[in-house]
Design a protein around this ligand. Structure first.
Ligand code: NAI
Length: 479
């Protein structure tokens, strides 16, 4: 069996960085080299200001970097040195061509595979860490077999084993999830070599994960399980959000409904929090991928079923945005709207598919003046996310309409409404009395994450809307 002494990870992103840092921490006997084509990213990983914010990550990187953990742009050398290569590159939704808007863009995975094939001078285990459509491993194998040197430096034949090892970490809790995963999934071919490769990867994880939590399956089950897990998680959010609309229309309270349902052990209480909608780089992308896969297989009803999870999420965001406009007397033109939180969830600086982006776009179209505060997202990132691609001079227009503030209180000053988009802990402890004193009246709060004490805010004078909480006094018909 392969003894893994050196690991290379292609892709130093939100997954590759934390995942392989934890491997370095838990396997001091293994050298881990994380590589990327983007030199800025690698420089940041080698600096004091890491490109990814995750609680606990800084300490681990600082402890291991330069000892058995390295960040480099020399991809070829890292591949050559390694017995095992993780492919952890991005797999975004395609924006053009066949499957546009649904299928995963696999060209980064393919480029990495071709690179491995062309530079490898010894046998290797290749591990799909990226989330990929079912049967991607078969394409990787074809590329590897057709492009590799057939013999190593000693004249022995080179072979590649491909494993699927999808990552289940959640951003914001990545380190906790990696240190103590619910499960580690390893998919391999059901051959002697495939099983041996899976064994080598298992051995790495067993340095800190109990063997009973490592689940070995076939390649295709493993690839599909990642898409399925994300689809099932997102489906719970869309389900509770659909019910939140009924709650608002009837006077039921979605937190009570979620709690009552979650007490049933078959349902469980996790992932049943109503909100403005889900975001993040994965849920939408992976479900669209599943929809595309279903359609390609001629399974139209299956595709329609999962598509509805996305449709409901879009509806949640637009319903919330409409609520803001309607409540502010049907116009927010030239009104100041404070947006608290821009990341797609707390404890991350990641804004990919963040609900805040969709909401701010709606507000921009209504010509509101938007002031944004987020504790972790950079100003540049916010401006980038707010600029419509392809619209001439939109950058300047964004800057005249969107202000970015250093703290929540500044963002709320002189605003007509506060819109909470991210559940950052610090927003639970705001001095609402002071904020109220400095806002225009009537002062509105739209809590898209259900983190404020609405009754307390109302006692201070605010008019409050929380997702999924019955008809509220601020609604014009009830006022
Ligand atoms: P990312 O965009 O943060 O990182 C990917 C990195 O790969 C980038 O830095 C890019 O420069 C690099 N890259 C692309 N092509 C390359 C090449 N040919 N050679 C070297 N480097 C290359 O993406 P992220 O979020 O880390 O996701 C990676 C994969 O993991 C995706 O398939 C995603 O679906 C999956 N995933 C993501 C999770 C998340 O929470 N972000 C969780 C679980 C899985």
């Amino acid at each position: 069996p392969t003894k893994v002494r050196t690991i290379c990870c292609i892709g130093a992103g939100y997954v590759g960085g934390p995942t392989c840092s934890v491997i370095a921490l838990k396997c001091p006997h293994i050298k881990v080299i994380i590589v990327d084509v983007n030199p800025d990213r690698i420089n940041a990983w080698n600096s004091d200001d890491l490109p990814v914010f995750e609680p606990g990550l800084d300490e681990i990187v600082k402890q291991c970097r330069g000892k058995n953990l390295f960040f480099s742009t020399d991809i070829d050398e890292a591949i050559r040195q390694s017995e095992l290569v993780f492919v952890s590159v991005n797999t975004p939704t395609k924006t053009s061509g066949m499957g546009k808007g649904f299928a995963a863009d696999l060209h980064y995975v393919e480029a990495s595979t071709r690179r491995i094939a062309s530079v490898a001078t010894s046998s290797k285990i290749i591990v799909e860490k990226s989330t990929v459509p079912c049967r991607t491993a078969a394409s990787m194998r074809t590329i590897l077999d057709a492009n590799s040197n057939s013999v190593d430096e000693d004249g022995s034949p080179i072979s590649f084993q491909i494993l699927s090892n999808p990552e289940f970490l959640a951003e914001g809790t990545a380190i906790r999830d990696l240190l103590n995963p619910d499960r580690v999934l390893i998919g391999s071919l059901d051959t002697k070599e495939g099983k041996m490769a899976a064994g080598a990867l298992r051995e790495i994880y067993e340095n800190w994960v109990d063997g009973s939590k490592i689940y070995e399956t076939g390649l295709w089950s493993s690839e599909l399980s990642k898409l399925a897990a994300n689809a099932l998680l997102a489906q719970r959010i869309s389900s509770i959000n659909s019910l939140s609309a009924i709650c608002e229309a009837t006077g039921a309270d979605v937190d009570e409904v979620a709690h009552a349902c979650g007490l049933d052990k078959r349902i469980g209480d996790r992932f049943l929090k109503a909100s403005v909608g889900f975001g993040g780089s994965c849920f939408q992308k992976d479900i669209l991928n599943l929809v595309y896969l279903s359609e390609s297989l001629g399974l139209k009803e299956v595709a329609d079923y999962w598509q509805q999870v996305i449709t409901m999420n879009e509806y949640s965001k637009s319903r919330f945005a409409k609520k803001v406009v309607q409540t502010l007397f049907n116009t927010i033109t030239m009104k100041k709207v404070a947006v608290l939180g821009f990341a797609f969830k707390k404890d991350t600086g990641d804004t990919r598919e963040s609900a805040a982006i969709t909401l701010c776009r709606y507000f921009r179209q209504e010509r509101a003046l938007i002031s944004i505060y987020d504790p972790k997202v950079s100003n540049n990132q916010i401006y980038l996310d707010m600029t419509e691609p392809g619209v001439i001079d939109d950058g300047a227009a964004v800057r005249s309409q969107v202000a970015i503030c250093d703290n929540a209180e500044d963002a709320c000053r002189d605003a007509e409404a506060v819109v909470i988009c991210t559940e950052w802990d610090e927003f639970r402890q705001l001095d609402w009395q002071r904020i109220y004193g400095r806002m225009k009246k009537p002062a509105f709060v739209f809590d898209g994450r259900g983190i404020t004490d609405a009754n307390k805010l109302r006692s201070l004078g605010f008019r409050v809307h929380t997702v999924g909480k019955g008809p509220q006094i601020m609604d014009p018909i009830w006022a």
